[in-house]
Design a protein around this ligand. Structure first.
Ligand code: AP5
Ligand code: ZN
Length: 213
């Protein structure tokens, strides 16, 4: 399957991705994770992306389309993929359609993580991530087995630089202004499944499974 996960910051895209990935053996392409890795490694891409990310604004379409174009060539992505955090503008969605058309494929489903803005601050400010894998935890809603430590690798967890209440405001603004039109774009194609992303993680997983069956 070829899937897109769309939703505001903290709506649960990264939390549900590993579960979908395991069930369908898909590759998980998260532009945010890839950009954070580039920033940490101080690559030319990371240097260009850092400022916008720290402010909670979107990185340029050309940069992220380039990353996705490259990543989708991986052999593991040929049978299917989960796009987490891409496309986030209508231009990105159009470029993606062109990319897939060249390969003779198309998107099967768009999962819309619908949720009220008011819930998101608590989720974002309580999040802890394992940087290398992108796994996320929450000090209240999804605590790791040992505090501050990744369940799988035992490595330390960290907080994202953009996970403050203040930067969240710009990220939400970018979502409403630039990414919500992408949901309309795919709704017109009849591809969108709406999830109740405010429910507990397990219930959201059940909704995901229903949407994909
Ligand atoms: P990105 O990394 O994509 O961040 P985001 O979209 O803001 O999404 P998040 O990762 O914050 O949310 P999530 O839905 O994955 O939440 P999670 O599952 O972790 O992008 C970062 C930046 O990169 C952007 O601001 C931009 O600058 C740039 N960028 C990336 N892609 C781009 C693109 N295509 N174009 C341009 N720029 C781009 O959950 C959050 C927390 O809540 C966790 O602690 C989790 O444990 C908890 N939680 C999850 N589900 C539940 C639940 N059901 N109930 C209770 N708690 C839950
Ligand atoms: Zn995420």
């Amino acid at each position: 399957k070829r899937l897109i996960l769309i939703g505001p910051p903290g709506s649960g895209k990264g939390t549900q991705s590993p579960l979908i990935k395991d069930e369908f053996c898909l590759c998980h392409l998260a532009t945010g994770d890839m950009l954070r890795a580039a920033v940490a490694a101080k690559t030319p891409l990371g240097v260009k992306a850092k400022e916008a990310m720290d402010r909670g604004e979107l990185v340029s379409d050309d940069l992220v389309v380039g990353i996705i174009d490259e990543a989708m060539k991986k052999p593991s992505c040929q049978k299917g993929f989960i796009l987490d955090g891409f496309p986030r503008t209508v231009v990105q969605a159009q470029k993606l359609d062109e990319m897939l058309a060249r390969q003779g494929t198309k998107i099967d489903k768009v999962l819309n993580f619908a949720i009220d803005d008011a819930i998101l601050e608590e989720r974002i400010t309580g999040r802890w991530i394992h940087a290398a894998s992108g796994r996320s935890y929450h000090n209240k809603f999804n605590p790791p087995k040992a505090p501050g430590v990744d369940d799988v690798t035992g490595e330390p967890l960290m907080q994202r630089k953009d996970d403050t209440a203040e930067v969240l405001k710009s990220r939400l603004e970018a979502f409403h202004r630039q990414t919500e039109p992408v949901i309309d774009y795919y709704s017109k194609k009849g591809l969108v499944a709406n999830l109740h992303a405010e429910k507990p993680p397990k219930e959201v997983t059940t909704e995901v499974q229903k949407a994909l069956s």
